[in-house]
Design a protein around this ligand. Structure first.
Ligand SMILES: Nc1ncnc2c1ncn2[C@@H]1O[C@H](COP(=O)(O)OP(=O)(O)OP(=O)(O)O)[C@@H](O)[C@H]1O
Ligand SMILES: [Mg+2]
Length: 859
């Protein structure tokens, strides 16, 4: 019987206890948990249990679907046994607290596992019939070592977790390490890992102890890994924060040390420095007030702020402006003349004008010096209050302005004037200037605002009376950003310029003591009001002989010095120099010549550096080797006279030039075609010439029918170079008359002059440049308007003597001197006044059906 009983143990009798169903919680044996029961049936069950002597009850987890139903409805209840997981826990109530408003709080301790058998809903509470279950057990005796090993592994992992996590409670660790019941350790581990309901329920249901421990070991290892990673991440973040704290700490220490040593903080030191600079600057009253205001503001905002930076820059400008600093002028005119002569060759008329100007300037200064407003400073400087209006403003037109082609020495003359006066020289290049703010500055409200160029130039000069050169006055532009020319007007006007206001400085500055000099290439492009204020001094181009002299006495020594060579290192015989001028430059000035000489000097410098330190005599043949192939070949004068081609003279910004006018007759149409990039005025000259020849056709021996039946095309090469001006009038008339009469134009003759419909020849400008161009081109005769005869005095003697001049008052005289007779038959007939001419005949004129380039040349 006992044997049978051992084989088939009699099932224990079922027991009945109140049931507390729980959502979201599984109570494991040996674990104590607080829970809250709210629903009336649960509360009644708990109360029933609490009243019993054992205070026992069954705690069962609700399955997910039933849990969802309960969650959705406050009054829903567990209805069937299937709503619950089948394995539950027998628990004892440790404490029960009734909270206001119904629910009760219980502290439950799990005791052992049970299997639910039957659910019974009494009138008010739950009751459940159940069987107690044994503890999870090891499968065999042999497994006990494994169980022990697993238990110890779990405990060591808990130790590691505690070491990774400084907040891990020591008592908890002690409990985990002390207990020797492996199942309890597994349940505690499960609780502490806070697993999901389903996982915890699976732990509760596990009967096999080894499996239970293995499962817990796996979960715990995962947790250790997570903790370790978290530790690493936190460690890195902490390191960064530690570094910042360290720096802060060091800075605090540094500050302390500086205080101990009596060194001021940089910020205070800076303010102190600005204050002492302000005190020493001796600013005019208004400026000083402004500076003090800004200094106070700087103190408020702190100099390390962005605004502080802006204020500091402003104060730097304000304090460094030469409000009262003046250099004494050297008004010794003899000295001035000597300086001008030392720096520039020739230009005697220009130098005279400059000396005259300086003389009046000197007289005016003496007048001003007598004014009481101007006093002597303790240091002996003449000091004038910043905004004193000169008692006698200088007369309009006192600003010097040099005009002329590039490279003739305008800028360098300005420099010489400054040197002669002993004033600093500053140059403001106005080329391409379109923005008014460039001259007048930007308001400080703009980011990166700066003073305008005028104030910048004064700042660089360091005195309030420098020589300021306004270079390239004619290149000032205008657009939506304002009109810089109007600012120039103000600057150059003595009535206004004693209180020039730069928008950045925002204070008046006195410009009346500044010696302004302007330069321009083209007077036509200077606005008239500005032109009114200028005293113009014209510089024209140099002749080849003048260029040779300038090159030898000024340019070559300067370039030798620049190249670091002794003064005799380069020897240029006249023939070589002439070739440099003729084939490597084409200009009115000497800038390119200077560059070419510089190139020669550099070539020689290389030889010197490579151990051949002997002077080098440069022969003309060596030039190609040293400067490369010839850059300019003189435009060959057209050797073969041909009807319809006349040689004119033009004035360009680069000096004078020879220009050809070509006319051909077209078989069709009846108008005038003009090509060659001609300006409006030049086109009108062509029209006048055309009309003149037509209206005088009979006198000239031309069949007027030509004008009705044929077009005439006039072209002025080079086609791409724009040309304008009235002075090609005589050349146009000559070309047309030559074409239609068949009489070629003399190839040794150039001409220039404006014409009108009455047949008069009117004077033109640029005689000197044009005559020099004719000479350069190898021509012999020049036809000029009668009224230009007086201008020949300007032409250098060497040029003047090489040419024959014929002065014409009428077109008739021009044609008479320019046209050759028709050499071939029909023989020229004599007109009434004995001039040779041709009969109006198809034979004598060019055959309209044959292009002019194929016409036989007649001489
Ligand atoms: N008469 C001269 N004597 C000596 N050197 C001269 C003379 N004329 C010009 N130069 C020199 O030629 C060079 C060019 O002159 P500068 O720069 O003054 O020309 P510029 O007239 O101002 O030309 P741009 O119109 O192009 O500004 C300078 O090195 C200058 O010293
Ligand atoms: Mg210049």
């Amino acid at each position: 019987m006992s044997y049978l009983a051992a084989l088939f143990p009699v099932p224990k009798p079922s027991e009945t206890l109140p049931l507390l169903p729980l959502r979201d919680i599984v109570l494991l044996p040996g674990i104590t948990l607080p829970v809250v029961a709210g629903r009336s049936r649960s509360v009644a069950s708990a109360e029933a249990s609490a009243l019993s002597s054992e205070r026992q009850l069954i705690v069962a987890a609700v399955r997910p679907d039933a849990a969802a139903r309960l969650a959705a409805n406050e009054t829903a209840e567990v209805e069937h046994l299937e709503d619950l997981y089948p394995i539950a826990t027998l628990a004892t109530i440790q404490r029960m607290v009734r909270l206001p408003m119904g629910p009760i709080q219980l502290i439950l301790q799990g005791q052992e596992r049970v299997r639910l058998e039957q659910l019974h809903l009494t009138e008010t509470a739950y009751e459940v019939k159940f069987q107690r279950l044994p503890k999870p057990n090891q499968a065999s005796e042999a497994a006990s070592a494994t169980i022990q090993a697993l238990k110890e592994a779990i405990q060591s992992l808990w130790r590691e977790i505690a070491s990774l996590n400084p907040n891990f409670p020591e008592e908890v660790l002690a409990v985990l390490l002390r207990g020797d019941d492996p199942a309890e350790l597994a349940y505690q581990t499960c609780m502490l890992l806070q697993l999901e309901v389903e996982q915890t329920q699976a732990v509760l249901e596990q009967d096999n102890l080894e499996s239970l421990l293995r499962q817990m070991l796996a979960d715990l290892s995962h947790e250790v890994e997570v903790q370790r990673l978290r530790g690493e991440i936190l460690g890195e973040t902490k390191k960064e924060i530690d570094q910042q704290q360290r720096e802060f700490f060091l800075r605090q220490q540094l500050k302390k040390i500086q205080e101990e040593l009596g060194e001021l903080e940089p910020e205070t030191q800076e303010l102190e420095e600005l204050r002492s600079r302000l005190a020493a600057a001796n600013l005019p009253e208004v400026a000083e007030k402004q500076a003090k205001r800004e200094l106070a503001r700087l103190e408020r905002v702190g100099s390390s702020s962005a605004e502080g930076g802006v204020i500091r820059t402003y104060l730097d400008w304000l304090l460094e402006m030469p409000w009262n600093k003046i250099v004494q002028d050297n008004l010794d005119l003899q000295n001035a003349r000597a300086v001008l002569d030392a720096d520039h060759y020739g230009l005697s008329k220009v130098k005279d004008r400059i000396i005259e100007h300086l003389a009046t300037f000197r007289l005016k200064q003496q007048q001003q010096a007598a004014q009481p407003e101007i006093s002597l400073s303790p240091s002996g400087e003449r000091v004038a209050p910043a905004s004193v209006k000169p008692a006698q403003p200088m007369a309009v037109g006192t600003v010097l302005c040099f005009t002329g082609p590039p490279g003739v020495g305008k800028t360098s003359l300005g420099r010489s004037i400054a040197r002669a006066l002993g004033r600093p020289f500053e140059r403001i290049s106005l080329g391409g200037l379109r923005d008014e703010a460039e001259l007048r500055g930007h308001r400080r409200t703009y980011i990166g605002a700066m003073p305008g160029r005028i104030v910048q130039a004064l700042h660089r000069a360091g005195v309030k009376n420098p020589v300021i050169m306004l270079d390239e006055l004619d290149k000032v532009g205008m657009d939506y950003r304002g009109d810089p020319a109007s600012v120039l007007l103000e600057i150059l006007d003595p009535q206004q310029n004693f209180c020039f206001r730069d928008l950045y400085l925002d204070l008046d500055f006195d410009l009346s003591q500044v010696f302004f000099i302007g330069t321009a290439n083209d007077l036509n492009r200077i606005p008239a009001p500005l032109l009114d204020r200028l005293e113009l001094i014209e510089l024209s181009g140099y002749s080849d002989q003048e260029k040779e002299a300038i090159a030898l006495t000024y340019l070559l020594p300067r370039q030798l010095e620049k190249a670091g060579l002794p003064l005799d290192a380069v020897q240029l015989p006249p023939a070589t120099l002439r070739q440099v001028i003729e084939f490597y430059t084409r200009e009115a000035g000497v800038r390119r010549l200077e560059q070419q000489l510089g190139a020669l000097c550099r070539k020689v410098a290389v030889r010197y550096a490579m151990d051949q330190p002997q002077p080098l005599l440069i022969h003309p043949e060596q030039l190609e080797e040293m400067l490369g192939p010839k850059v300019f070949l003189r435009e060959e004068t057209r050797k073969v006279p041909r009807p319809g081609v006349a040689t004119g003279l033009a004035w360009t910004l680069a000096g004078g030039d020879v220009l050809f006018v070509e006319a051909v007759q077209l078989p069709k149409g009846k108008n005038l075609i003009l090509t060659g990039h001609l300006g409006e005025v030049m086109e009108e000259s062509a029209q006048i010439a055309y009309s003149y020849v037509w209206s005088h056709a009979a006198e000239l021996g031309i069949d007027a029918k030509v004008f009705r039946d044929n077009s005439i095309h006039i072209h002025v090469p080079s086609g791409a170079v724009p040309k304008d001006g009235p002075s090609a009038g005589v050349t146009m008339v000559t070309a047309i008359a030559s074409l239609l009469t068949g009489r070629p134009v003399r190839t040794d003759t150039a001409m220039t002059g404006e014409i009108n419909l009455s047949g008069e020849v009117l004077p033109i400008g640029g005689v000197r440049e044009k005559v020099m161009a004719a000479c350069r081109a190898g021509l012999r005769r020049v036809l000029l308007p009668v009224q230009n005869q007086k201008d020949l005095v300007d032409v250098p003697g060497d040029v003047c003597n090489q040419l024959d001049y014929i002065f014409c008052g009428t077109i008739e005289q021009v044609l008479q001197n320019a046209l050759l007779p028709v050499a071939e038959p029909p023989a020229p007939l004599l007109t009434g006044d004995g001039r040779p001419t041709t009969m109006p005949s198809r034979l004598s004129g060019p055959d309209p059906s044959v292009p002019s380039s194929q016409q036989p040349a007649t001489t």
